[in-house]
Write a protein that binds this ligand. Structure first.
Ligand code: SF4
Length: 412
């Protein structure tokens, strides 16, 4: 891999050295595809056409498959499709069976085991769907499922029930009904385009979709959820950015989980989106042995800011069938959040959420900072664990009387 920095991390304490290495921007390079022309390599259609999608191909490129990966890959297409772009494949460390990139995209036999509490539709999206391909769970916004395809497939995908059966459609077969529902529902002011990955559509198709939505007067705000800048940064062309910038306010939420995903290619692609005036946020999923580690997560959120991306959500992994081996504990998630808040820039701290199983929506979870409160005062803890008292402005009236005592037992 080619480095673009001359900083060295030797002489630093182990954690700091590890963080410093994780934060270096590195190119994915050409790896196995070194004989491919630059024109082909940088063409997103070429990348899609040459994805790694089968066991024999994977074995040839990576003879170090573990027995669990071999068995999982044999069955891959019965649960969730296997596809990895050549660009992203180059980020895998074939010599490290615990490589965090590898765990996200290479199937494992554990995917075939399903716990009693795991579900095909863990967020209950199908039960909040007024027309096929549209989810209306919250009052003022809808999730618009644009396509059922992705550039590569994540082993923990919440929508594996959709993307594993991808038919390759461009617009959803119920596209006109999706648009019509939004048009006749004035409460919808915010539309999130997702899938699958909406950036797999051609510029022309996306342009058409966005212009149809922009023609609806009550749609104030458009969002696009995509993992393409990470799996396929070649897709973020100047022409795409020029088209997207016509539809402001338009935000883009990317999906990245580990600092090694933030390469020089990704940083440049995100820079093109940011230069088009598109505010960028990131959604991560907390994954066991991928990013359930404070040093890794801190490096990741700090590196995202360097790419002009605001960490937005950290998701507790949904109860997706076959994902137990990838789910980290909520306890671990809270520990990581406590290690971020106050210890690094507020802009770098995402909101940690659990999507309430079965369709309850996103519930923010946070370490306890309010220890106790009554009518007169609030007892708070700072990031260092020190305790402070804030006098309550009861009903907007200034407080003159001495606050009542708070029982220590209430917060110990
Ligand atoms: S990119 Fe998103 S929709 Fe596609 S497989 Fe990954 S998590 Fe699922």
């Amino acid at each position: 891999m080619a480095l673009d920095s001359t900083r060295t991390s030797k002489d630093l304490p182990a954690d700091a050295a590890h963080a410093s290495d994780l934060k270096r921007f590195v190119s994915a390079g050409r790896g196995f595809w070194s004989n491919v022309s630059a024109a082909d390599w940088n063409d997103w259609h070429w990348q899609l056409k040459h994805r790694v999608t089968a066991l024999d191909q994977l074995q040839r490129l990576m003879p170090t498959l573990t027995p669990e990966e071999y068995a999982g890959t044999q069955l891959a297409n019965t649960k969730l499709a296997l596809a990895i772009t050549p660009y992203f494949f180059n980020l895998i460390d074939a010599a490290d069976e615990h490589c965090p990139i590898r765990r996200q995209v290479i199937p494992r036999i554990e995917e075939t085991g399903t716990a009693a509490w795991e579900m095909a539709d863990p967020c209950g999206e199908d039960s909040h769907s007024p027309v096929p391909g549209l989810v209306h769970r919250y009052p003022d916004r809808v999730l618009f499922l644009v396509t059922d395809r992705c550039a590569a497939y994540c082993r923990y995908c919440t929508r594996s029930r959709l993307v594993s059966n991808a038919t390759g459609y461009d617009f959803h077969p119920h596209f006109e009904e999706q648009i019509d529902y939004i048009r006749r529902t004035p409460s919808v002011r915010d539309v999130l385009l997702s899938g699958g990955d909406p950036l797999l559509l051609s510029d022309e198709k996306l342009d058409h979709l966005l212009s149809r939505l922009r023609a609806i007067p009550h749609v104030e705000f458009l969002r696009l959820g995509t993992r393409i800048p990470i799996f396929l940064p070649q897709r973020i062309t100047p022409a795409l950015c020029a088209m997207l910038r016509q539809y402001h306010p338009l935000f883009v939420s990317i999906h990245s989980n580990h600092p090694r995903e933030l390469t020089t290619e990704v940083r440049e692609a995100l820079g093109r989106l940011a230069d088009a005036g598109i505010p960028l946020g990131n959604q991560s999923v907390l994954l066991r042995h991928v990013n359930d580690d404070l040093v890794v997560m801190r490096a990741h959120v700090q590196k995202l800011l360097m790419c002009r991306v605001r960490p937005y959500y950290l998701y507790q992994c949904d109860l997706i069938a076959g994902s137990a081996h990838l789910r980290a504990s909520v306890r671990k998630g809270l520990e990581i959040m406590a290690g971020l808040r106050g210890h690094t820039s507020g802009y770098a701290v995402p909101t940690y959420v659990i999507d309430a199983p079965g369709g309850g929506g996103k519930v923010p979870v946070s370490p306890e900072y309010v220890l106790s409160r009554n009518h007169d005062r609030v007892l708070i803890r700072n990031y260092e664990g020190r305790i402070f008292e804030y006098p309550e402005a009861a009903d907007g009236r200034p407080l003159f009387a001495a606050p009542r005592a708070i029982e220590e037992s209430a917060f110990l």
